[in-house]
Design a protein around this ligand. Structure first.
Ligand SMILES: [Zn+2]
Ligand SMILES: [Zn+2]
Length: 133
């Protein structure tokens, strides 16, 4: 039942390669891993396709990752109109929250618990522990 949208999308976007896998993912620059069993198949397929269309090839700073996730969902909503697919905003918020939690945990300083900042070389720095002046 999930293959209908996949077939449509494959026809509309012949520039991408759709491969079956265990978990939905976009592998730059043109491979989209498709999880046929997913209960949110249509939304996630359009979401990963959006990453590909928007050229989300790399992210050095984690906060950019969140921006990309949110942009990819905006794009997916646009695409959903072309395919007559309902997008569930609640599901999208839950997905985005997962990334926000992940960022929050990752940015916490293991020494003092303060929120650290990340420099473009993707290293995290704690303003308290690294500035001992
Ligand atoms: Zn994503
Ligand atoms: Zn610290």
């Amino acid at each position: 039942m999930n293959t209908k949208l996949l077939e449509q999308v494959e026809t509309d976007y012949p520039e991408y390669r759709f491969v079956l896998g265990k978990k939905f993912a976009f592998r730059p620059s043109r491979t989209i891993v498709v999880e046929l069993e997913s209960s949110n198949f249509e939304m996630l397929l359009l979401h990963e396709l959006s990453h590909a269309i928007l050229g989300h090839y790399s992210f050095d700073v984690d906060i950019e990752r969140i921006k990309m996730e949110s942009n990819a969902w905006e794009k997916a909503k646009e695409l959903a109109k072309n395919y007559n697919i309902e997008m569930d905003d609640e599901f999208i918020q839950t997905e985005l929250d997962t990334y926000r939690d992940w960022l929050h945990k990752k940015s916490r300083c293991p020494n003092c618990g303060l929120t650290r900042f990340q420099t473009p070389d993707s290293q995290y720095h704690c303003p308290r522990c690294e500035n001992l002046t």
